[in-house]
Design a protein around this ligand. Structure first.
Ligand SMILES: *Cc1c(COP(=O)(O)O)cnc(C)c1O
Length: 459
């Protein structure tokens, strides 16, 4: 487009009022606020103006602009948070909201969301109650801790514990544990932001008891042990286990805090899954305070759980930051219902979706894969190569990073189209289907898929 034409087009751009009066907008089914519509008209006009200046060919008619504004408004009314079909093979996918809640939690959420509840009301005497009372007893019974509380997430839990017990003081941690857990949670940064001085000991691969002992000063507030979650050092390594740290801690009067990350409330090996540290083991080994996530292996809502000795929990609860990091009634409702499933361990792998998914037999996954691949062959036609392959699912969220769980995947390739394009095509489905690309193929992991129809793209 020439400069002259572009100037001409700019002059002919309709005014805000003209667009507002356009048939399209007058006919909107919903009556939006005038302020909202005017704001969107201005934004659309600004975008078209910029496109004209860039000499793009644009339809600047009142009708077209009216349609763009109407589409924008209609899209705004649609939920931004949508159901996704998780065929990525990552069971606890942080980008997909991690754990799927159990039915009991979903029921509890409905009540807490739709009704007044006794969140902070003592039903014995009608006086003010404590929101932790709904969770503390069950948490203590499941972990063996004396006391427990819950905050927004595990990052908040670590932060609050450090800030309460070690602000202005020194926190000793092994260099092998100064890790970054996805999503910008870095142990060293959290230590510093909570007002503590980080004292690193040992080396990346080897830390010995004497390293901790020689770092102790009158300013030492605590020893921190962090689960390295998504990272592992192998080969010539040595670390000081929790029991040994506790022994040193007792000798010098220093509390031990352990950030377990995922942590588990049951022994996962009984389900044929790889070993993951259990919260109870840490409490039994003498950790003074343990923190872990509500929405990782525990299988509940986003939350950070702090369990440990009563004297420390009392101090943590008195920290004014606790008020800023506390959880709402929805989290409490969902977490309470989830935790109660653990009181019936025999039914756990049936009732807790996270565990059900992780323990799903490959034979059952293979059946779904069979059916889904048949549907996909019909839907996609002969330009696609579709095969069932053995694959590996991951737990995700930093749990058991080395461990893959056998699964069945549907591998899809196209005569010409690269797998990245197939990936995007499945994401455009309604509801979007998230698979993954590996080498020349697009893979759909069937572990999380209940009905074959879910992955049968509707194009
Ligand atoms: C995941 C993780 C965190 C952060 O927990 P969120 O619940 O995501 O805030 C902290 N520490 C460790 C070791 C973790 O694995």
């Amino acid at each position: 487009m020439s400069e002259n034409m572009s100037k001409q087009n700019l002059r002919e751009l309709p005014s805000v009022d003209e667009v507002l009066r356009s048939d399209n907008l007058q006919k909107c089914a919903v009556s939006y606020s005038k302020k909202l519509v005017t704001g969107i008209v201005r934004d659309v006009l600004a975008k078209i103006r910029a496109e004209i200046i860039e000499r793009q060919v644009v339809d600047a008619s009142v009708e077209n602009i009216g349609t763009l504004v109407k589409d924008y408004l209609e899209n705004m009314l649609k939920p931004s948070l949508k159901k996704i079909v998780n065929a990525s093979g990552v069971v606890l996918h942080t980008n997909l909201g991690r754990a799927i809640l159990c039915d009991e939690a979903i029921e509890a959420l409905k009540i807490a969301a739709g009704c007044p509840v006794n969140l902070e009301l003592d039903l014995e005497n009608g006086e003010r109650g404590d929101r932790d009372s709904h969770l503390e007893d069950v948490l203590c019974r499941l972990t063996g801790a004396e006391a427990a509380t819950v905050v927004n997430n595990n990052a908040a839990a670590v932060f609050l514990v450090l800030n309460t017990l070690a602000e202005t003081k020194e926190v000793i941690i092994s260099r092998g544990e100064l890790v970054e857990i996805g999503g910008s949670f870095r142990i060293p940064a959290v230590i510093q932001k909570s007002g503590c001085t980080l004292i690193e000991v040992g080396t990346t691969n080897r830390t010995h008891p004497s390293d901790y002992i020689s770092a102790i000063t009158p300013d030492t507030a605590l020893f921190l042990k962090a689960h390295t979650s998504n990272y592992r050092v192998i080969g010539f390594t040595s670390s000081v286990d929790l029991k040994e740290m506790v022994k040193i801690g007792r000798q010098y009067g220093i509390p031990i805090i352990e950030d377990l990350g995922s942590g588990s409330l049951v022994d996962l090996s009984q389900f044929g899954l790889p070993y993951e540290p259990q919260v109870r083991e840490s409490i039994d080994a003498g950790a003074d305070v343990v923190t872990f996530s509500g929405d990782k292996l525990l299988g509940g809502p986003q939350a950070g759980i702090i369990a440990g000795k009563r004297e420390y929990l009392q101090r943590i609860n008195k920290n004014p930051l606790k008020r800023a990091l506390r959880v709402d009634k929805l989290t409490i409702a969902a977490l309470e219902a989830t935790l109660k499933l653990y009181l019936q361990p025999d039914a756990l792998s049936k009732n807790l979706p996270t565990l059900r998914c992780l323990t799903r037999p490959v034979s059952e996954i293979a059946l779904i894969a069979d059916e889904a691949s048949r549907l996909l062959k019909q839907r996609l036609g002969k330009d696609y190569f579709i095969e069932i392959e053995d694959g590996e699912s991951k737990i995700g969220s930093g749990s058991l990073p080395e461990e893959a769980i056998a699964t069945k995947v549907i591998a899809i390739a196209h005569k010409e189209m690269p797998p990245e394009k197939i990936f995007k095509m499945f994401l455009k489905n309604n509801p979007p289907i998230l698979g993954r690309v590996r080498k020349e193929k697009f893979l759909l992991d069937m572990r999380m898929i209940e009905k074959a129809e879910e992955v049968a793209i509707s194009s």
